[in-house]
Design a protein around this ligand. Structure first.
Ligand code: H79
Length: 482
């Protein structure tokens, strides 16, 4: 039984005693209606589907890793530090007092929330998840339970989350926050995962961790949800030994009780199986969607999932990381994820000044440009019942609730292309998205849909990364779902 239910039962009992004692004094009992405790872990499928709907349709979001780690930007004492930028405090074993020097300097004067929201919008992103607090413990909003935040600790003194949440609202972009359960700064949370500051080498880790959860993490949830219209609570750092499966279920219930419609990733609990991100099946783990990190599922899944990925090799800004993926790779990843029924949460790591690196912006523009022509094959789609692909070069999606299929070719089509798995409806037009010219086609049950692709059409379309054939018809389910 979770604490919330115990708490409510406790309250109800207290109320009954109160009512009884009133009776003995021959006064009319005052009946106060108590809120019914809802067990959010036993949601019906209909309710779950309704809550997940916008997210399932959205497909593409921006992840933002931003904090004081953008100041050292991957170097410490003049030397490059291996590993992901936001882990520099741990990887370089920087003492808290020294790391705080960076936090004291964090003053992103060039941060322009409207500009960031515009970049998201133009990229075709429908939601954002920004680090309210990463493992280093620094908070990007004015937390009432902490002095280690952008208002109380840094010279910037403006609420970053407020600015971004407002800017996103203007653009119709849903706002979410990444919140680390692990915290290298809070004395009740530091543990053997951060040896230099270990105050608990006992098995089970820091004995004060429950205090951190009750008096710090939970109040922060309340602040974030009440003040920033948070639609996604994206936890991480749940794998530390101090945090238990019971803690996870309780935290899930608590966050949902603050805002029933909120979405919560599976790192709220202990179910995640490594970086692949999906839950183990050995217990009743909380969380609304799986979180593959830096990878895309091999096949599709019956569960909801979201791949989070970087554009280079770091989440938080590193000045020497220039290993950018091509725009084409990002577009192909988005298509691959969508065909397999997932979402793509693509990261940017802004600089300490508040600028999203130009190579990221350029790539996002290219993705947005492709989506401006091909978006209907991505947003509001679902995966096919049978296979999500034909060979390695053609991926399928389908409009929800309509007999409209999209065959997306990752390579430039030749003068003719054959699409299996779909039967085109007699008399219907097949077009390439971005072009209005109907293409000639024939259908035979042996071969599938044979489409002519004149070079003039391809030239006029001037597509570079992926070509989408829109086909009205029906799926031919002759393969077991992969
Ligand atoms: O915020 C970014 C990274 O800083 C953060 N997640 C992304 C979104 C991150 N935290 N830790 N890591 C990345 C790497 C940690 C991996 C491990 Fe494990 C933790 C290996 C063993 C414990 C995760 C949990 C993988 C296996 C179990």
């Amino acid at each position: 039984m979770n604490n919330r239910i115990i708490y409510t039962i406790g309250k109800t009992l207290a109320l009954l005693i109160l009512v009884c004692s009133c009776k003995s004094e021959k006064k009319k009992p005052v009946v106060v209606s108590e809120p019914i405790a809802v067990n959010y872990l036993e949601e019906s499928k209909t309710d779950f589907d309704e809550r997940m709907e916008w997210w399932r349709n959205a497909r593409f979001g921006m992840f933002i890793h931003w904090g004081p780690y953008a100041i050292p930007a991957g170097t410490y004492n003049g030397k490059p530090v291996d590993g992901i930028g936001e882990w520099i405090m741990n990887n370089a074993q920087i003492p808290i007092a020294e790391y705080e020097v960076f936090s004291k300097q964090f003053d992103p004067q060039q941060f322009d929330a409207d500009e960031w929201a515009r970049i998201m919008k133009e990229a075709g992103m429908k939601y954002v998840v920004i680090t309210s607090k990463h493992h280093d413990g620094f908070c990007l909003w004015n937390s009432k339970v902490s002095d280690y935040d952008i208002i109380d600790f840094s010279p910037y003194k403006k609420d970053i989350l407020k600015a971004l949440s407002d800017a996103c609202k203007k653009q119709g972009i849903k706002f979410g926050v990444y919140h680390s359960i692990m915290d290298w700064h809070h004395p009740d949370a530091q543990s053997i995962n951060y040896p230099e500051y270990n105050n608990a080498s006992e098995p089970g880790g820091n004995p004060n961790f429950p205090l951190y959860l009750e008096n710090y993490l939970k109040p922060q949830m309340k602040e974030l949800i009440e003040n920033y219209d948070v639609e996604i609570m994206w936890f991480d750092g749940e794998w530390i030994e101090e945090f238990t499966h019971d803690n996870g279920k309780e935290l899930y219930q608590y966050v949902r009780s603050l805002k029933p419609s909120i979405l919560i990733n599976n790192r709220v609990d202990k179910g995640r199986q490594g970086m692949q991100g999906m839950n183990k099946a050995d217990a009743d783990y909380a969380g609304d969607f799986g979180t593959p990190e830096q990878e895309i599922l091999e096949g599709s899944s019956t569960l909801d999932w979201e791949s989070c990925m970087t554009m280079n090799d770091t989440w938080g800004f590193k000045k020497n990381d220039h290993n950018w993926k091509s725009a084409q790779t990002l577009i192909h990843n988005l298509i691959d994820v969508t065909a397999k029924g997932g979402n793509y949460l693509l990261n940017v790591g802004p600089t300490a000044e508040g600028i999203i690196p130009a190579p990221s912006v350029e790539r996002l523009q290219a993705v947005g440009e492709w989506l401006s022509r091909n978006g209907e094959a991505i947003y509001g789609t679902e995966k096919l019942k049978g296979t999500y692909r034909q060979g390695n070069d053609i991926l399928f999606t389908k409009s929800k609730g309509q007999n409209v299929y999209y065959a997306i070719s990752l390579t430039k089509p030749k003068t003719e292309i054959i699409i299996e798995h779909v039967q085109a409806q007699e008399g219907s037009d097949i077009v390439l998205l971005g072009s209005s010219i109907p293409l000639e086609w024939t259908y035979t049950s042996e071969k599938g849909v044979k489409i002519s692709v004149p070079s003039t059409v391809l030239e006029e379309l001037d597509e570079n990364h992926a070509w989408t054939f829109k086909i009205e018809g029906n799926e031919i389910v002759n393969k077991i779902s992969e």
